[in-house]
Design a protein around this ligand. Structure first.
Ligand code: GLN
Length: 227
């Protein structure tokens, strides 16, 4: 399995995702935002961070960078693209995913572990996943997912919600919503389910010495599911 991770100026989780992907068997290449072509990839990852210093809106400037033309073509041709945190913000800004990511409800940067519940396994990211609830790390200022009434209807009708914020038992409610996200949404797919955006960082949970190993299970499943 070949993967590519795009580095934008201000990305700060690109190396972490590189480590995670390689640890679980991907042959990963790092790609600079100013490059034009993507290497041969089964998966392209847009990593977390503060691309272009989060000016004008998180992800908006990165969405216009050179490499994104190839990422758009790749995704429109059915290629798998996964955005984590700032990567998710870049995907909504580039129009590959519906909705926007607003400032967190209580206007604070949130940095903590949360639980998320997988909502849809009918896709190549989660299809043979034995796990329903993951503990992942979040670290963001703009993670409050929002979209119009028409969009949320379409998202639900097409089963595009990938992950909900939940508690450890899978309860999805206001108490388990860290940032005010509409319907507790932590991750969404495009209609075709080849593009996935998620606020949590599975790459931060691949070693018990860090904060846990649910990310290891996620990446193990990911490579098996994509095969
Ligand atoms: N960890 C990240 O990717 C941060 C995302 C984004 N810049 C925010 O603060 O919302």
């Amino acid at each position: 399995m070949h993967s590519s991770v795009i580095t934008f100026p201000g990305s700060n989780c690109d190396r972490d995702v590189d480590v995670a992907l390689k640890k679980f068997g991907f042959k990963n290449k790092m790609v600079w935002h100013d490059d034009v072509e993507l290497p041969k990839s089964d998966l392209v990852v847009l990593p977390g961070g503060f691309s272009y210093g989060d000016y004008l809106r998180c992800g908006s400037m990165a969405s216009k960078s050179k490499i994104m033309k190839s990422v758009l073509n790749f995704a429109q041709g059915g290629g798998k693209v996964m955005g984590i945190c700032n990567g998710f913000q870049i995907l909504v800004e580039s129009g590959l995913l519906p909705g926007v990511l607003l400032r967190n409800k209580y206007l604070e940067f949130i940095c903590k572990n949360v639980f998320v519940k997988v909502n849809n396994k009918d896709n190549s990211y989660f299809k043979d996943d034995k796990k329903d609830i993951y503990e992942f790390h979040i670290a963001h200022n703009e993670g409050n997912y929002f979209c119009s009434n028409e969009q949320i209807k379409e998202i639900n009708d097409n089963n595009q919600i990938a992950l909900f914020y939940s508690d450890e038992n899978g309860n999805i409610n206001e108490q388990s919503n860290p940032n005010g996200s509409l319907q507790n949404i932590a991750g969404v797919f495009n209609k075709q389910k080849n593009v996935l955006g998620m606020m949590p960082h599975p790459e931060r949970m691949i070693d018990p010495a860090l904060s846990g190993e649910d990310g290891s299970i996620f990446f193990e499943n990911l490579i098996n599911n994509l095969k």
